[in-house]
Design a protein around this ligand. Structure first.
Ligand code: PLP
Length: 382
């Protein structure tokens, strides 16, 4: 596979007819933890499953091709992928992170900062003055999430990467919400891309996994070394399932984001809502940047209910097509209450600073018919 192939072709041809043993059209699942040596000191390509596994390597090669990186490391979860990047930093290194990042990322950064392993400063990365103030402190790493979770704020990756480079900082982008089909951060200045493959890449809500893709071969080697050293590489069966899900990413995403746009447009007129946050809406603060830097607006949105938090339980109870659950990016539509679910790990004052209200709900749009989803949301709001 080369980076000049289109994403759809890469996805459809993942590992096809690459099995030298039996000629299996689809890549086989290698579960074996060990591989024999051909003879004394004569190692084969694989020796031990924590270090490398053929099924995991197919997934790594595919994600590296889609993200246009030099290589990838597949981890046991998205959080393991985020933590793996931190291993490349020196002790006490400063990270500039978004003030409204995923709650699990916030919890990890805070825990490591408490132990003085890193230092973190959280800023609204859409606020140029705040960002340049943070960059003046010469961070080692700038962490980006675009769009942010759960408010769908969009940042200009190329501009942030340029400013970060100017002060000698590396850039890591969590591309979980968009996937490489809608945004390729490495192509516009990022050094690392992180994914929770649990979400869109697998797409069927039956695997927890992660990946780090790096722009440079040097970084890939370091990431592989740390992943083997700490034992955070992904399980072969999870990789196989993720490969299976990944094959249909382009058709899933196309359909899901088309539905999300229709739902956001319908909800924008609903008096039962204080706000609809979807970058595809012309009045969204990040619409212009998203239209310029992305291939689509994605299938995630959030809504703010009019009234106080007491209206949320009734609304959620009345929904029939949306399941109240964590996670996103699957074929089924999910709804979550960030303040008590995905962002419960965030300190309440940090949530307030980030604008995550108690009436905010995050929607992940699946493959159900959009008319059924709109009707469901409208009846619950009534
Ligand atoms: N990054 C983002 C944007 C997420 O939403 C999540 C999980 O929800 C993660 C990372 C963590 O991934 P995982 O749950 O696979 O560890």
């Amino acid at each position: 596979m080369t980076k000049f192939e289109s994403d759809e072709t890469i996805l459809a041809s993942i590992g096809v007819d690459e099995d030298p043993g039996q000629g299996a059209v689809m890549p086989p699942l290698y579960l074996s933890s060990s591989y024999s040596l051909e003879g004394f000191q004569k190692k084969r390509a694989y020796d031990y499953g924590r270090t490398a596994n053929p099924t995991r390597d197919v997934l790594a090669r595919t994600l590296a091709a889609l993200e246009q990186g030099a290589g990838a490391v597949i981890t046991s979860s998205g959080m393991a992928a985020i933590d793996l990047v931190l291993n490349l930093l020196d002790a006490g290194a400063l990270i500039v992170a978004p003030h409204d990042c995923y709650g699990g990322t916030w919890r990890l950064f805070e825990a490591r900062a408490k132990k003085k392993q890193i230092e973190v400063v959280y800023v609204d990365q859409g606020d140029a003055a705040a960002l340049s103030g943070a960059l003046a402190r010469k961070p080692a790493l700038v962490w980006i999430e675009t769009p942010s979770n759960p408010l769908m704020r969009v940042v200009d990756v190329e501009a942030i990467a340029k400013a970060a480079k100017a002060v000698g900082a590396r850039v890591a982008a969590d591309n979980t919400f968009l996937s490489p089909l809608l945004l390729k951060p490495l192509a516009i200045g990022a050094d690392f891309v992180v994914h929770s493959t649990t979400k869109f890449l697998n797409g069927h809500s039956d695997v927890v996994g992660g990946a780090v893709i790096a722009k440079s071969a040097d970084d890939v080697e370091q990431l592989k070394w740390w992943a083997n050293c700490c034992g955070v590489t992904g399980a072969p069966f999870d990789c196989w399932l993720t490969l299976r899900g990944l094959r249909t990413l382009s058709v899933r995403l196309e359909r899901q984001q088309k539905s999300a746009a229709k739902i956001a447009t319908a909800l924008a007129k609903n008096a039962g809502l204080r706000a609809v946050h979807y970058p595809g809406l012309a009045n969204h603060s990040g619409h212009a940047i998203a239209a310029r830097q992305q291939k689509g607006f994605g299938s995630m949105l959030s809504i703010d209910l009019a009234g106080d938090v007491s209206v949320a339980p009734g609304f959620l109870d009345r929904l029939q097509r949306f399941t109240l659950a964590q996670s996103l990016g699957g074929v089924e539509s999910l709804i979550s209450h960030p303040a008590t679910m995905t962002h419960a790990a965030m300190a309440p004052e940090a949530r307030v600073r980030a604008g995550i209200t108690d009436t905010l709900l995050r929607l992940s749009i699946g493959l159900e018919h959009e008319d059924d989803l709109i009707a469901d949301l409208e009846q619950a709001l009534r």
